[in-house]
Design a protein. Structure first.
Length: 228
C-alpha cells in the first residue's frame, strides 16, 4: 500500500506543488489548508507522515503539533520560512522529527520524507530483544513504551530511536556520526547539534539528575555511551 502523506499549509500554490511531487513519487497525498482541517485528517485519514507549516490561520503549526502528539506518534516534518534556531529548537522539543526551511527544493523534501519514513518503519518492525530492563528503566520496543522509575514516560519518535540505539549498544561508545546515521539518516551527516539537543532531552526524562547523568554518559569529542 502507498504511504499516506498529509500536507498542512495555507499556501495553496505550495500545497498543490507538494501534492503533485508526492503523488509522482508514489505516495498518497492528503491536503489541509489550516490546522483544524489538518487535525481532522490526522484522525480520519491516519497518515504515515505529516508535513506541517508553522504559520497558519485559525491554529498555528506549534499547536497542531502539540495536539497531534497527544493523539499519536506519527512522524512530523515542519516547514518554516525563517529557519531561526529558536523555531528549530521549539519544534524538536514538541516531538518534530525533521525541519525544512522555505523555500525548499522538492527533491530535498522528498528525500527527507523517504528518510523519516524509513526510520519509522524500521522502528515499528523491530521484533528482536523486545524488552529492556534495568533498575530504573523498562522499555518495550514493540509497543514503543518507556517506564522510568515505575512511571510511564512520553517520548517523541526521535527520542525513542535515540534511546533505543544507545541501549542496543550499551557499554560501548556510539559516535556522533553513527547516531546521526542510525537515528536521523544520511542527510544529517556531520550535524552534531541534533545529537546534543536530543541527548539533553533524553537526560531530562531518564536521569534523576540530568546535570550528573548516571545512564547516558558523554565521551568527549567522540559520542555517547549507555552505562550497563
Amino acid at each position: 500500500m502507498k504511504e499516506k502523506i498529509l500536507v498542512v499549509d495555507d499556501d495553496l500554490e505550495l500545497l498543490g506543488l507538494t501534492e503533485t511531487w508526492l503523488r509522482n513519487t508514489g505516495y498518497e497525498p492528503l491536503t489541509a489548508r489550516d490546522g483544524m482541517e489538518g487535525l481532522q485528517l490526522v484522525y480520519s485519514g491516519r497518515p504515515d507522515l505529516v508535513l506541517l507549516d508553522v504559520r497558519m490561520p485559525r491554529m498555528d503549526g506549534w499547536e497542531v503539533c502539540r495536539r497531534i502528539r497527544e493523539m499519536c506518534d506519527v512522524p512530523i516534518i515542519m516547514f518554516s520560512i525563517n529557519g531561526q534556531k529558536s523555531d528549530l529548537l521549539r519544534g524538536f522539543s514538541l516531538g518534530v522529527d525533521d525541519y525544512i526551511t522555505k523555500p525548499f527544493h522538492f527533491p530535498e523534501l522528498v528525500a527527507r520524507v523517504q528518510s523519516v519514513l524509513r526510520r519509522s518503519l524500521a522502528s515499528r518492525q523491530r521484533d528482536d530483544n523486545v524488552t529492556f530492563h534495568n533498575e530504573e528503566m523498562d522499555l518495550d520496543w514493540r509497543s514503543r513504551q518507556v517506564w522510568i522509575r515505575g512511571q510511564k514516560t512520553s517520548m517523541s519518535p526521535t527520542e525513542f530511536r535515540l534511546l533505543s540505539c544507545l541501549i542496543e549498544n550499551r557499554g560501548w561508545v556510539v559516535t556522533h556520526e553513527e547516531l546521526l546515521r542510525k537515528v536521523w539518516g544520511p542527510n544529517y551527516f556531520g550535524d552534531k547539534a541534533y545529537v546534543k539537543l536530543y541527548i539533553r532531552y533524553l537526560r531530562r526524562k531518564v536521569e534523576k539528575d540530568p546535570g550528573d547523568p548516571k545512564w547516558i554518559l558523554t565521551e568527549r569529542g567522540v559520542g555517547y555511551r549507555f552505562s550497563c
